[in-house]
Design a protein around this ligand. Structure first.
Ligand code: ADP
Ligand code: ADP
Length: 225
């Protein structure tokens, strides 16, 4: 599904160079459910953003679905992203001017899906995440947990080949969090969805098939579970 070769990321401010990721080599096969763990500041979000083509590495080669990402133009990267990736952002990134219904519907507008089918898909998500009653509200009218659920619904509505999720249960209560992890496990096992999540939770990581530990921008360990 994807391959990172010798990926590094650094920021320069004057003469000062800060390394965030160092020589990352990573292959993820279709059907894996990977959890990225590690201390705060170890580079987890940066790595996830690079995998999702939302951030560019400073060095290295990157392939997604056999496409050499490092050689593509921004427009081609965006098209590849929209067709194949669902992203659950740590800070939700919902569109403030759109209501819950419209936020969830947005990714469908990049796909050739007719109005009636769009309605059915959104209704299914509202139902699945028990937010039917919130559909006319705007993000500012929702709790953090509710916004997180909307963000997950939006990421899943296109049945992406690759789901990337940055602390997807960080603002949910433990029951909701467990339900989301059960859902991810089911999507992975039954529908073959490839999933990569960033998590601090050993328990959440236990739902997946592989745990990668980052330390100081390097992969310290990677083991199947
Ligand atoms: P994690 O997700 O493991 O907490 P991050 O990938 O968010 O780690 O960040 C890793 C390090 O990179 C942090 O020290 C953070 O301050 C730094 N960092 C992230 N984005 C930038 C940026 N745009 N400019 C400079 N430093 C950054
Ligand atoms: P407009 O106001 O643009 O003329 P409508 O009010 O008929 O159009 O809605 C157009 C589409 O907006 C609907 O088909 C649906 O996809 C979407 N929509 C937006 N918000 C909601 C909502 N809260 N409940 C149901 N559908 C909504």
């Amino acid at each position: 599904m994807l391959s990172l070769k010798n990926i590094s990321k650094h920021y320069k401010a004057g003469n000062l160079k800060t390394s965030i990721l160092n020589n990352i080599d990573l292959d993820v096969d279709a059907g894996e459910f990977v959890s990225i763990m590690g201390p705060s500041g170890s580079g987890k979000s940066t790595l996830l953003n690079i995998i999702g083509m939302l951030d560019e590495p400073s060095e290295g080669y990157q392939y997604f679905l056999n496409e050499p990402i490092h050689q593509l133009k921004e427009k081609q990267r965006q098209a590849l992203y929209k067709q194949n990736i669902g992203f659950v952002f740590q800070a939700y990134h919902l569109i403030d001017e759109l209501n819950v219904y419209e936020n969830i519907e947005t990714p469908l507008l990049y796909h050739d899906i007719k109005g009636a089918e769009r309605k059915a898909l959104v209704a299914d998500m509202l139902d699945r995440f028990q937010i039917v009653g919130k559909k006319d509200l705007f993000p500012s009218q929702l709790s953090g947990g509710q916004q997180q659920l909307v963000g997950i619904a939006r990421a899943l509505i296109v049945s992406p080949k690759l789901l990337l999720a940055d602390e997807p249960t960080g603002n949910l209560n433990s029951k909701q969090g467990d339900e989301i992890m059960e859902l991810f496990r089911k999507l992975n096992k039954e529908e073959g969805m490839t999933i990569i999540q960033v998590t601090h939770s050993e328990k959440n990581a236990g739902y997946g098939t592989r745990i990668i530990n980052l330390l100081d921008g390097r992969i310290e360990s990677s083991k199947n579970i």
